[in-house]
Design a protein. Structure first.
Length: 152
């Protein structure tokens, strides 16, 4: 197993514009997302394709920092964020859909091993279940935190 994909969704009692503001405010994300301890902007202002930042999260009792980049935007509807580290390419896509209750926010996370060796493939198989469980919890917490901020 060299690829993983998880998709979670959450209905938020706020209009898409409010959810989009929370989702794209990189500078406030450490205050909004309870799993994020630090955010360091690496390029530009605002939220545009090419915007880059370093995000530090609490993960499995420690901290992990990843350099993130906005690689796709459909203003107010979806955004795609990419990261690459330790031989893995990650993509996180958020899509917003208006509903009678407010907004359906979907978060799709995928990870792909880049040029995996047989050792990396074997380790991925051994750790996949634990990794998916940790990732699912982090994604759910992010969705809950975004909802709390957008509904405020």
């Amino acid at each position: 197993m060299s690829d993983i994909t998880l998709t979670l969704a959450r209905t938020i009692a706020a209009p898409p514009a409010a959810v989009w503001r929370v989702l794209t405010d990189i500078d406030a994300s450490a205050a909004v997302l309870s799993g994020v301890t630090r955010v360091e902007r690496l390029s530009g202002v605002g939220y545009n394709i090419g915007t880059r930042w370093r995000e530090t999260r609490r993960v499995a009792g420690g901290e992990s920092s990843e350099e993130m980049e906005v690689v796709g935007i459909d203003e107010g509807r979806s955004t795609l964020i990419a990261a690459e580290t330790s031989g893995m390419a990650y993509r996180t896509e958020f899509t917003l859909e208006p509903t009678p209750e407010g907004t359906l926010l979907r978060m799709r996370f995928s990870g792909t091993l880049l040029s995996p060796s047989w050792v990396q493939r074997a380790m991925a198989k051994l750790t996949a279940r634990i990794g998916m469980s940790i990732t699912r919890r982090m994604m759910q917490q992010d969705l809950d935190d975004i909802a709390t901020a957008a509904e405020a």
